[in-house]
Design a protein around this ligand. Structure first.
Ligand code: PLZ
Length: 455
């Protein structure tokens, strides 16, 4: 099936245009105001301030139009101002912005739960709870798993990213900048978190190792170091996001999840970044037919409104006593309306097909580029979640300097590109799924030129 770009319509001109040097005067003035009032710990990758965004374009306050290949970190899959989302938000907000679902409930929350129970993998009985952020969803998935199993230990993986709250910092692998920095650390961290080796095909000592063998390696370590019967949950991103868009070897996820089932361990798929059509399927676990016990979702779920969710086996979620789960804003009515509209757009425009179409366009070009440029060590990903890993030519030594230089060169030309990776040497592509072919190709041309010029 091919894409349906012609069915997509845009409000802003879908063209890259940079008027001279930036940040322009308005962005510079905002940068000055910001420096006086916003904490230094919050930083922005792009030094301009947004005035408007639509489709694949982000326009700044000085009139520069950038191609968006980041989607605000995989959030605006339906675009940053999808007309259906905008209308739903306006309508919901005109009636009530909040009542608190724990006080006076409303239909939108139930309707989102119905959609998530339908769309997530598996035809078993499911239950859903809504929250605000990805980290909050992860925290709650672990809470449920611990209560339901009566066990404490939680297994996470090398290169994992699960958030910035106390428990999720403990689950996250990378120290700088998430857990500590030159001025100190954010610990102490939550206990009973154990880290196991990931399947990372490009960086395996033995490049022949299969997914099943890599799973066995982790399982043996869990058995020896923790004991399978002590483990409440295994949490894993089916494609790791911040850690470097690492796609585990085929068979890794199925073997882990099968073993978890055998041991009564709750298998949690963290699909906060990889969910909602991003990889060409509703969820990345679908590529290997894995059915998680609990799935965590956020980002793409609500077209940019803050909403997150956990959906999982009814027996696990219903094990929690009434009142045991919640939060003031969880499942905010405006965010629920946005989620229903965003899911509608994903289905109406078949954004799974659109993500696969983006893969077809982009992966081919990235592979061509890799054949020409020896600093590209690996090209990987699925759908519209693609990456290249940059190395010192002729080795696998990570090349973070080149990665930074390429991202900066792309930005200079008006293309927003995000980097990631434990070693800071991965360029990732996360375009809105509604980006036009022309804009995507223009962005890829800029990326290719930036790599060739800097490698
Ligand atoms: N799980 C898999 O990717 C968020 C974080 C950016 P929140 N990733 C982007 C940053 O530097 O803070 C993420 C994720 C996965 C959980 C989270 C956390 O989601 O909504 O940021 O809390």
């Amino acid at each position: 099936m091919t894409a349906t770009a012609h069915e997509l319509s845009y409000r802003l001109d879908q063209k890259r245009s940079i008027n001279g040097a930036f940040p322009g005067p308005k962005s510079q003035a905002l940068n000055e105001r910001r420096a006086a009032v916003v904490a230094a710990g919050v930083s922005s990758g792009v030094p301009v301030y947004v005035e408007d965004a639509d489709g694949g374009i982000v326009r700044d306050v000085d009139g520069n139009s950038f191609i968006d290949l980041g989607s605000g970190i995989a959030v605006t899959s339906v675009g940053a101002s999808d007309p259906a989302v905008v209308a739903a938000v306006q309508d919901a907000a005109a009636h009530f912005t909040h009542t608190c679902f724990m006080v006076t409930p409303y239909e939108g929350y139930i309707a989102v739960a119905e959609q998530l129970n339908r769309l997530t993998p598996g035809d078993h009985e499911k239950r859903t709870v809504l929250f605000n952020s990805g980290a909050e969803a992860v925290e709650n998935a672990v809470k449920v798993a611990r209560l339901a199993t009566g066990r404490d230990a939680v297994v996470a993986f090398d290169h994992a990213y699960h958030g910035r709250t106390n428990l999720t910092m403990a689950l996250t692998a990378k120290a700088m900048p998430y857990k500590s920095g030159p001025s100190g650390g954010f610990g102490p961290f939550a206990p009973e978190v154990y880290r196991m080796p990931m399947s990372y095909p490009f960086r395996e000592e033995n490049p022949e190792i299969t997914g099943a063998e890599a799973a066995k390696r982790a399982i043996t370590m869990i058995e020896k170091q923790i004991g399978g019967d002590q483990v409440a949950a295994i949490i894993i991103e089916p494609i790791q996001g911040e850690g470097g868009f690492i796609v585990p070897a085929e068979g890794f996820l199925p073997a882990l999840s099968a073993w978890a089932k055998e041991k009564g361990i709750v298998f949690i798929a963290d699909e906060v970044q990889s969910g909602f059509c991003r990889t060409g399927e509703w969820f990345a676990v679908n590529h290997e037919g894995v059915v998680p016990d609990i799935i965590t979702m956020a980002k793409g779920i609500a077209g940019g409104l803050p909403l997150s969710a956990i959906t999982g086996r009814a027996d696990l979620l219903d094990a929690v006593h009434p009142g045991g789960l919640g939060g003031t804003y969880g499942g905010n009515p405006v965010a629920c309306a946005a989620a229903l509209a965003a899911i509608g757009t994903m289905e109406q425009h078949d954004l799974n097909a659109r993500a696969r179409h983006i893969e077809e366009i982009a992966l081919g070009r990235l592979n061509e580029l890799a054949a020409e440029v020896s600093a590209i060590g690996d090209v990987r990903g699925r759908g519209a979640m693609l990456a290249i890993e940059l190395v010192q030519a002729g080795s696998k030594e990570p090349n973070a300097e080149l990665t930074k230089a390429v991202a900066a060169a792309c930005l200079q030309e008006g293309v927003i590109i995000l980097t990631c990776g434990t070693y800071g040497n991965v360029i990732r592509l996360l375009p809105p799924l509604v980006i036009s072919d022309e804009l995507l190709i223009d962005g890829l041309d800029v990326l290719a030129a930036a790599i060739k010029a800097n490698a």
